[in-house]
Design a protein around this ligand. Sequence first.
Ligand code: AHR
Length: 514
Amino acid sequence: MLSRRSFSAALLASPVALRAQQTGLKARVKIDTERTIGDIDPKIYGNFLEHLGRCIDGGIFEEASPLSDKFGYRRDVFQAAKNLNVTQLRWPGGNFSSNYNWKDGIGPRDKRPPRLEMAWGSVESNRFGTHEFLEYAEMLGTEPYICTNLGTGTWSDAQQWVEYCNSSEDTAMTRLRKQNGRAQPWKVKYWGLGNEMDGPWQMGHRSAEDYGKFALEAAKLMKWTDPDIKLVAAGSSNFSNGIDWTGWNRTVLDQLKTHADYLSIHLYVGNRDNDFTEFMTSAVELDHRIDTVAGIIDAVLAGAPGNRKIYIAWDEWNVWYRARGSKEHGRRILEERYNLEDALVVASFLNSFVNHAHVVKMANMAQLVNVIAPIFTNDKGLFLQTIYYPLQLFAQNSRGKALELMVDSPKFKSKRYDDVPYLDTSAAYRDGTVVMNVVNRHKDQEIETEFEAQDKKFAGPVEVSVVNGPDIKSENNFDSTTVKTVTSSATADGNKLRIRFAPHSYTMLKAKLV
Ligand code: AHR
C-alpha cells in the first residue's frame, strides 16, 4: 500500500493529476485497520475551568440562581457538560492558579476570605474551592486535574494540597479535610506543576532554568506524598517572535525528566486577518508543534534508563482572538462567540490530536463555560456554541486505536504552508467499528470521496453526522441554533463507500467493518 507521503509525492509529480486537483475535487481514502498510530487516550477530550469571568461563578456555579441545585451547581450547565462527555477537567487555572492559595477555598463558605485577583483583575470570593471542584468532577464522572501554584506558591503549598486530597494517613491536613466534610481521600491523579511559567504575564514567571529547578523540588515532595500521581510540567505557551520556545521545553525537561509524566503545551489560534484559507491551516501549525515537541521529548529521554515516557498534554487549546486584550478585565471577559469556521478549526485540532495519539495523551479545550467556551449561559438558560458539536462527536465516538489513513486529496497553498490537503482527516477503530472524521476545508466546493477498506468490508448502514451551516460566519445564540450536528445514513458497497463532503463542513462517519 502506498504511504501517505509517497502517494502525495507521486500525485504532485504528475501535471495531469495536478489539473484534476484543480477541477475534479475528488479524493480517495484507504483504511487499513492494522495500520495503527496508537491508543487514543480518552483524556484528549478534556476541558478546563478557571476562576475567570463567568466560567465558574455564573457558569457551572451560581448559588442564587433558580437554575442551580442546593449546592449551587447550575443544573442546565451540568447537563450540557454531561452530554459533551467531558473526560477530564483542569482547574483552577490558568493564570489564576499562579497566585491561588488553595487553603483560602476550603472550610465553611461564608468564612472564606475574598482576595484580590490579579491575573484577571477582580475579587475572588473563594466560595468555589477544592471540595466544590472535586465533588463536581465526581458528579460529572470526569477525571480531575489540579494545577498547583508554582508562581507565588511554595513547595509546601503544593505538597500539602496533594496530602489534603490524597493521603489516608492521620495528619493535620487529612484531619482538616475530614473536618471539612470529606472522610475518604479523592486520590486526584493528575497535577500540574504551575501554568505557563514561560510567559512574562504569569505571576511568578521564571527563566526555564529557575522554573525547572523549582518545579523539580515541588515534584519530589508531591510524589513522595503520593507516588501514584502523574505530574504535568509547564512547557511552552509563548510562541512570540524571538522567543526560544523549543529551548524552554528542552531546559525544563532536562531538569524534570525523572519526575514529569507530561509536558503541557498551549496553543490558541484565530482569524485576525479574516482569511478563511489561512485560518483553515491552523492545525498544520499544531501538527508541526506536536512533532517538534515529540522530538524534544525523545532527545531528552534518549538513554534514559527503563521505559520512562513523557507525553504531551495539550492542556489549553482553542480558537481565541476576538475577546482579548488589555481592556479585558472584570466579570464578562473572554466571552468569545464562535462561528462555523471556528468549529472547523476545532475539528481539525481534534484530528491532529487523534493523528498523534501515540504522544498526545491529554488535551483540554479552554475552557468549558462562557470563557472561550462551548457552553454559553445567561441567567435564564444557555446555548451551545458551534464548537460544542465537533468536540461532542469526537468525545463520544473517536475512541480506541487511531488509524493512519492514506489520503489522496486535492490540495491548496496558504501564505504559510504549501500542499495542504482540503480534506483533513483522522480515524479511530474499536470493537469492529471505524469512525472517520473529515473536515472539508474548501470554502465553496464539495469533494466527492471514495473510501476503500483494505482489509475488511463495510457492514450495515453508515452513520453520517455533519456539522455545517449556511455560511462560514454562521453563529448560534440564545434564540437559534444554526450550526449543529445533523445525522443521516449512507450505504456502502462491499469495501467501498462514496460520500460527498459539502464545502466548509465537518463530517463524522461511523461504520461497522467485518
Ligand atoms: O484560558 C485563558 C488563559 O489563557 C489562561 O488563564 C492562561 O493559562 C492562558 O494564557
